[in-house]
Design a binder for this molecule. Sequence first.
Ligand code: PGA
Length: 235
Amino acid sequence: MKKPLLCANWKENKDLDEAKNWVSEVGGELEKDNRQIIVCPPFPFIFPLFEEISQKNWKDFISLAAQDVSHFEEGAHTGEVAPEMIVPACKHCLVGHSERRKYFGETEKDVVLKLKDLFDLKIIPILCLANLDQAKFYLENVPELSQKEAILVYEPPDAISGGGAYKPEDENAVNQKIAEIKAKINKSDLVLYGGSVNPDNISNFISMPNIDGALIGQASLDPASFIKLIHQSKL
Ligand code: PGA
């Protein structure tokens, strides 16, 4: 039976109380269902949530991922967070999200450096791909990508929700694109879809043979909505 992987990307949202409340509501539900999810909180919440998850013995259900890391070495780089600093709380780390490119000028070369650092530290990257050319570029420049475990996300920037409005890509088109990505990668990494996934459309996506799960922004913020997503993603 397919067990779709759901990954919640909170982006720049929530305060610490809301973050803890989300974990306690969603964790309780996952425990009942024996499901595992990944959540990407803002940096300041990572370690408090890690403590909470450890105390409740929920590490098998909730895995934490940072939303990004620095490609600079530890040192005099004000405001940056090195990948070493998210260990041991984060088993995974989101990298190459199109919002990093759109708002902060991140380049594909920066992403290459980040990927190498993450692989060195045995943190599993959750690599966002806006198109096939990016997949090709990263494969050519990061040999580890064809050898070590990674999670990939096909996320066309135009499909990302904005101002509360959802504008998902057609699930058949996504299925086809992901088939092409899988053929390029040529190993058994999970490939998720990201972009306006919500409780009403999740089942359309995850019922497609090539889509292994979803990266969810807007619809992951409210714990009740995320719990609905968990239920709707049972196949
Ligand atoms: P969205 O965001 O679900 O709000 O479209 C997805 C993402 O950007 O990760």
